[in-house]
Write a protein that binds this ligand. Structure first.
Ligand SMILES: Nc1nc2c(ncn2[C@@H]2O[C@H](COP(=O)(O)OP(=O)(O)O)[C@@H](O)[C@H]2O)c(=O)[nH]1
Ligand SMILES: [Mg+2]
Length: 304
């Protein structure tokens, strides 16, 4: 993987994605080779032009001599079904470029699992020397928003005529934006989206103010300005205390989440039948769930 061999990378990703028993040892061994990639989340409503824009960003970063990894999160929700094929087609011209590695991830519908898989797949790409990693997600659902948290910078793609009016957009999506791309500027309504965004941001952004860039991804217009905006955000992350604090917060969250998962696993393994008994007692209303939890925690602590 560290030597950048595509077959090894693909195999490592499969192990990580399947949560194979070897995955933990693999990720530990790869860790020293990570921490160099710039991870860019690309999110926004289906049809906004994320894949088209990613294709342009790949070309631009390749032109700068960067190796580029792409993680495409395929939503399993029925209304965005088929995105996987579309994404592959739109990025297909890079398929023969060995400086580009594209990997799709299924959402599988389990909360938290997606962001963990995505994060670990991104780590594999990082260890393999991809200096820029684009993570394309759809900005619907909490799980999707989680995925953008693993990014250094999150680009929110909007477009006119998609119900992307700023009032309608989820607050979570606005908050996670480090830059906005208002795509389909060849259509009516793009300026109105920009104006609405500017007004919304003027109301209450402290610290980094996300730049708003108009673009026409299908023609490659505006891509350079987006790359510049993302570079400015990276400079902010690296060069300011607020930026460094944000990185620390992300790692803190990761360790906590990983701890939560390990603890619940250990508790279930240790308590086994006691846990089932507690559930039954609550079901029979012999015990309230609060007391049941307290007793389980006490039993786990006592190592029974
Ligand atoms: N008019 C116009 N159409 C675009 C533009 N960018 C993308 N599209 C089209 O919008 C549709 C959805 O694009 P896609 O990249 O798949 O969106 P995604 O679902 O956000 O990944 C496709 O038919 C694209 O060709 C643009 O700048 N202008
Ligand atoms: Mg797409």
């Amino acid at each position: 993987v560290v030597a950048g061999q595509p077959r090894a990378i693909a195999r490592a990703m499969r192990l990580v994605d399947d949560r194979a028993p070897e995955a933990a040892a693999l990720l530990k061994a790869l860790w020293p080779s990570t921490g160099k990639a710039r991870v860019i989340g690309v999110t926004g409503n289906p049809g906004a032009g994320k894949s088209t824009l990613c294709d342009r960003l790949i070309a631009t970063y390749r032109g700068d001599g960067e190796r580029v990894g792409v993680v495409a999160v395929d939503p399993s929700s029925p209304y965005t079904g088929g995105a996987i094929l579309g994404d592959r087609i739109r990025m297909a011209r890079h398929a023969t470029d060995d400086g580009v590695f594209i990997r799709s991830l299924a959402t599988r519908g389990h909360l938290g699992g997606l962001s963990r898989s995505a994060r670990d797949v991104v780590r594999v790409l990082d260890a393999a020397g991809y200096g820029v990693v684009l993570v394309e997600t759809v900005g619907v659902g909490q799980d999707e928003l989680e995925v953008t948290r693993l990014a250094d910078s999150t680009l929110v793609v909007m477009a006119p005529g998609l119900g992307d009016e700023v009032q309608a957009i989820k607050a979570g999506l606005l908050e996670c934006a480090d830059a906005f791309a208002v795509n389909k500027a060849d259509r009516d309504g793009a300026d109105a989206v920009v104006r609405d965004l500017e007004l919304t941001l003027a109301l209450g952004v402290a610290g980094w103010v996300p730049p708003i860039v108009k673009c026409v991804a299908s023609r490659g217009e505006g891509t350079a300005a987006i790359v510049t905006a993302l570079a400015a955000h990276k400079a902010w992350l690296d060069g300011t205390e607020a930026g460094r604090e944000r990185r620390r917060r992300r790692l803190r969250n990761e360790v906590r989440e990983s701890l939560r998962e390990a603890l619940i696993g250990a508790a279930i393994a240790d308590l086994g039948p006691e846990l089932e008994d507690a559930v039954r007692a609550v079901e029979e209303r012999a015990c309230d769930p609060y007391t049941a939890t307290e007793r389980l925690v006490a039993a786990f602590r006592a190592g029974r």
